[in-house]
Design a protein around this ligand. Sequence first.
Ligand code: GRG
Length: 295
Amino acid sequence: MEQNTKKQFDEYINLIEQKLDEFLPVQYPQEIWESMRYSVLAGGKRLRPMLCLETCKVISGSFAQAIPTACAIEMLHTQSLIHDDLPCMDNDDYRRGKLTNHKKFSESTAVLAGDALLSFAPQIIIQKTPKTVSNDKILKVLEEFLISAGAEKLIAGQVVDIASEGKQIDKQTLTFIHENKTGALFKLSLRAGAILGGADEKTLQAVTLFAQKLGLAFQIMDDILDVTSTLEELGKTPGKDALEEKATYVSLYGLEEAKKQVASLCACACDILKENNIKSTILTGVVKSIAERVC
Ligand code: GRG
């Protein structure tokens, strides 16, 4: 990644981490807040909040309106990771290079920390979005947030993913899993930023298409890294997909074809930005970071 883009990424990440810390003060009973903070502040690439902030900035020239929503999306994403790591789901010991929430605290605390983040996130959107943002925009963002988190998107993807373990699934089912389990939050991040920035319908459509390509490229790369990386590089246990007999892009298409698909989706995502005159070194930087997975 170019030095200048890396510097911009770091500035965004610092701001996001500072705001996440500020939005999650420890309250009584301490254990639940400590547990929520443990996973939210454990690091991570912060791609989703970065995409949200940058999309708002590209459209409106400022990202102050989007900071609470960007942080809320990161809380939702973290919630999905905490629950995904539970023994009844993927049963993982490590996440973001640290012990998973249930390993550090307890299973019951991890379930409750996830639940708490899920309801605290929209609370942050309502309470912390600046008063200059119209209620119409906030309502639209909340609607998209709740749909993405629910049985029509994130949960749908996870349910079909679990049901598919150990089974031969077709490409259509795999696409359904990826579009909902992973793609939904990329789409939410970009669309929420665009809505808060006041995008017109054409720009919103362009941003949505960009998010689709980006989300799919990201998940295919995640499938690839599960096969090719170490625990230190990933911050979570590698080789889990094969262990759990999960169908992935690598198992369905092979490693080389999966890499070609990432390259093609990333090129397509950059074309969408160009065709719609969306100029952003952060957005193109995220695409490149997925293609090279250097972040
Ligand atoms: C929303 C109620 C509710 C439940 C969630 C558990 C679950 C249902 C969904 C699981 C979704 C999931 C874990 C998808 C995987 C997506 C993925 C590849 C995550 C890794 O994202 P990175 O690499 O992680 O951006 P960091 O740590 O960098 O943020």
